[in-house]
Design a protein around this ligand. Structure first.
Ligand SMILES: Nc1ncnc2c1ncn2[C@@H]1O[C@H](COP(=O)(O)OP(=O)(O)OP(=O)(O)O)[C@@H](O)[C@H]1O
Ligand SMILES: [Mg+2]
Length: 489
């Protein structure tokens, strides 16, 4: 049976499968309560587990997930929740549109040393924070390093291999984790600890620059374990300035390895001394293009009431669009608004002062590809909240006011649409921020209904032509698609 649209714990609606590994299947899902996109991982318990082992594994999964949920770091995927559905543990995590480092390496081959050093630095920062909080990752490997837009690096799956570990490993020969990146002492059966995470960080960086893990790769996992246990590492050939640090991270003696905090510092020094390389551009379009073709869903109660509210609002909006005009008013919208109704008072929402002779229009921005609205998810008001699309509901988190200064203000004028970190690259995400007059907060609403960042010249774009609620909005090269055409009405 297809799992698409299945509701987990009465709250998380599975949308599309974004990956699968040895320990589970990962879904992009909608959190219907907080109205945001999340990643959901169904933890698959090994088939040889008996009832008692299943019980133990469930308890361990809960415990490990709770521990991981305590970790909050910009380079770690946040664990929001762990729930049970049909007897299986499900992990609810932050969703990052991304490609894993493993996928990038498979696609493009080894990375330049500068890129590996930068990725390694972010990984080590997150892992050092985890170690400080007494969390051992236990499965550091390229598949668990997610690379997003704008050079974002986040590690996922903290502690998960422990949750699914087989306590009878020695008896059955089963283990959780990935032997190609195991420290030799772990391959020999010792408990994973902080130094083994350090080794696995080294193995991941070795893989990134050399194209193969330190002990090579074989399809036979037992042979792979033996290789790791024997600890014969082929000296790196392409690691350049990273070579001496790799040797320390990959020391066969766990006690001789640096701590994760020391590794982070060493990688920071290297990152400053190696010639800056352009940020690795991760193509999120390829990854997501096929992800948004879902059959129509039957509306949930919540959605139905939202729609009713939206329908009521639509009437109000028709009145609104009938009377207002301004510098950013689209021609096609104007045609529909010939009815005469007195102009609404815009002072109730206290929009910013405009130097334009015409009053500013406060209205939703509706994208043509899906008819959904530019939305600040969950009505979050913090700086840096990335905007997405969502069913139009008339909330003040969906009402945008263009100002004469070129800003697009939301929340009754309190926040501005902002190209994140002043990014000018395709893929730059768009968020809300205190209005500060920055060039990255200036937008042009054009006659062809595109909205361009005045600083980047790029178009406001619904990622990968997504039509699903929660799809991120980014800056992208203007291509005239319906996912780049917005109506302000
Ligand atoms: N939080 C997330 N946000 C977005 N994508 C994710 C997230 N977590 C995982 N993914 C995607 O799902 C893929 C599969 O993840 P998963 O952890 O199941 O596999 P794996 O790491 O290759 O194997 P393992 O089961 O050993 O961890 C990842 O490579 C990544 O592309
Ligand atoms: Mg994983």
């Amino acid at each position: 049976m297809s799992q698409q649209n299945r509701l987990i714990a009465g709250r998380y609606e599975l949308r599309d499968q974004i990956g699968a590994g040895a320990m589970g299947v990962v879904w992009r899902a909608g959190d219907l309560k907080l109205e945001r996109v999340v990643a959901v991982k169904e933890l698959l318990l090994p088939s040889h587990f008996d009832a008692q082992a299943v019980q133990q594994a469930r308890r361990r999964a809960q415990r490990e997930a709770r521990i991981a949920a305590r970790l909050h770091h910009p380079n770690a995927i946040t664990v929001h929740d762990v729930v049970e559905q049909d007897g299986q543990p499900w992990l609810i995590m932050e969703y990052l549109p991304s490609q894993s480092l493993a996928a990038i390496l498979a696609e493009r081959g080894p990375l330049p040393v500068g890129d590996a050093v930068r990725i390694g630095k972010h990984m080590a920062d997150a892992l050092a924070a985890a170690h400080k909080a007494s969390v051992v990752h236990r499965d550091v490997k390229p598949g668990n390093v997610l690379l997003g837009a704008e050079g974002t690096v986040k590690i996922t799956d903290f502690g998960i291999s422990r949750a699914l570990d087989d306590t009878t490993a020695t008896a059955t020969g089963h283990y959780a984790g990935t032997p190609a990146f195991f420290a030799p002492e772990v391959a020999r059966g010792q408990e994973a600890g902080y130094p083994s995470d350090v080794f696995s960080l080294g193995a991941t960086l070795y893989n990134a620059v050399e194209g193969v893990p330190p002990f090579g790769i074989t399809d036979n996992s037992i042979a792979q374990l033996y290789r790791a246990a024997a600890g014969t590492i082929r000296p790196p050939e392409r690691a350049g300035a990273l070579t001496p640090l790799l040797a320390r991270l990959l020391d066969l003696d766990p006690r001789a390895r640096p701590t994760m905090a020391e590794a982070a510092e060493a990688l920071d020094v290297l990152a400053r001394s190696t010639a800056p390389t352009p940020t690795l551009v991760v193509d999120l379009r390829d990854q997501l293009t096929s992800s948004f073709t879902l059959p129509p869903r039957s509306p949930s109660h919540e959605q139905r009431s939202r729609r009713r509210a939206a329908a009521g609002l639509a009437v109000a909006l028709v009145v609104l669009i009938a009377v207002v005009s301004g510098a950013f008013y689209y021609a096609n919208v104007a045609k529909r608004s010939e009815a005469s109704t007195p102009p609404p008072s815009s002072s109730s929402s206290a929009p910013p002062k405009s130097t334009s002779a015409k009053p500013p229009v406060t209205a939703p921005l509706v994208v043509e590809s899906s008819g959904k609205c530019l939305d600040v998810p969950g009505k979050a008001t913090e700086n840096g909240t990335a905007v997405t699309i969502f069913d139009c509901n008339g909330g003040d988190n969906q009402l945008w006011t263009p100002t004469a200064a070129g800003e697009l203000r939301v929340y009754n004028g309190a926040k501005c649409l902002d190209a994140r970190l002043a990014g000018t690259e395709p893929g730059t995400s768009v968020d809300i921020h205190d209005c500060n007059g920055g060039a990255n907060q200036k937008w042009a609403l054009n006659a062809d209904r595109s909205i361009t960042g005045k600083q980047s010249g790029l178009c406001l774009d619904v990622l990968a032509s997504g039509t699903d609620y929660g799809t991120p909005v980014v800056l992208w090269t203007c291509a005239g698609g319906t996912n780049q055409r917005w109506s302000h009405r």
